[in-house]
Write a new protein. Structure first.
Length: 328
């Protein structure tokens, strides 16, 4: 009995320690390490929504799509309060794997048989529409066909079609230096989100050492030799450092800040704030997500206040630009 009592006392500390380690590993983009912590938690009966979601994110980042799909299916079978949250993740996984027909059939059943909460309705409807469009386009497209459609999309200024074609190009797993992509990167008329998709292609395939880019009137020659991801992990961990209290005090707002920051980074990369301005960006995120938070602090000088106002405008811009192409 004494031994049983001791376990009850120790267990919360063990659980909190593992959850903290998992969080830190995720923020550092050490997803394999984070997954081990989450596996240990779930194998010992810790089955919170946060742990399940963290585990799924790690699997997705590690390209463990099949395992993540199976795990999602198990969670969906429980049909608990988080059913639609897991359904959103699951359909996003299927979309990443180009399983468009599966998504269409699944969501048609859901829309017919379930009352979808407003929080997820527009997201699932968007995934459904996007899947139908992509399924209709999926007809054994060759590289040449994709490039030709991409050229036409540029001529007709069809941003979403350009993004679709980049998705198709990614799926071919080529390593080619493609002239039209380099032209698009320096064309100020190309959507920033499309440019980010092009940059991801060059970062993943490394057909060249450097690439020229224009975004938001900034011109840059980017050395890709030491670049492994579109946005560096140091940027995320640096900003999260100033939001650490939110994870326990207001986890819902904290998760929303993570989503907003990810979209912000995707739109603006590689032109992200300097380390000395991470705190100002973090405080602006608090204000954006939780409007009762005061954007201006007594200690702020005019420069800091102007910087926060600038970041608020950048966040609003990134949200609009991201959602215009790939909001889910």
């Amino acid at each position: 009995m004494e031994e049983e009592k001791e376990k009850i006392i120790i267990f919360p500390k063990w659980k909190d320690n593992l959850e903290k380690k998992a969080k830190e590993a995720m923020e550092a983009n050490h997803f394999e390490e984070a997954l081990r912590y989450f596996e240990e938690l779930t194998s010992n009966g810790v089955a919170s929504h946060e742990v399940h979601t963290g585990k799924l994110i790690c699997m997705m980042e590690m390209q463990m799509h099949e395992e993540a799909e199976i795990y999602c299916e198990a969670l969906l079978s429980e049909h608990n309060d988080y059913y639609f949250s897991y359904l959103h993740i699951y359909t996003t996984l299927l979309l990443e794997s180009s399983k468009y027909q599966d998504i269409i059939e699944l969501l048609e059943d859901v829309f017919r048989d379930e009352v979808v909460p407003d929080l997820f309705k527009s997201q699932l409807e968007h995934i459904y529409t996007l899947s139908k469009e992509l399924f209709e386009q999926e007809s054994e497209q060759t590289f040449g066909e994709i490039i030709e459609k991409l050229k036409q999309a540029v001529i007709h200024k069809n941003d979403r079609q350009q993004w679709y074609m980049m998705k198709q190009l990614h799926s071919l797993k080529l390593s080619k230096d493609i002239p039209i992509l380099k032209q698009m990167l320096v064309d100020e008329n190309i959507h920033p989100v499309v440019k980010s998709a092009i940059l991801e292609y060059y970062i993943e395939t490394k057909p060249v050492d450097t690439i020229a880019i224009e975004k938001f009137n900034i011109h840059y020659e980017w050395d890709l030799n030491d670049v492994n991801s579109l946005s560096p992990s140091d940027f995320f961990s640096g900003v999260y450092y100033y939001l650490d209290d939110m994870e326990s005090d207001d986890p819902t707002s904290y998760q929303m800040m993570q989503f907003v920051l990810n979209r912000f980074a995707y739109v603006y990369a590689p032109f992200l704030p300097e380390e000395e301005n991470y705190q100002a960006l973090a405080e602006t995120l608090r204000y954006y997500v939780h409007m009762s938070y005061d954007l201006k602090k007594h200690a702020d000088d005019k420069r800091i206040l102007r910087l926060k106002e600038h970041y608020l405008n950048m966040i609003e811009t990134s949200e609009a630009l991201y959602s215009s192409i790939i909001d889910m």
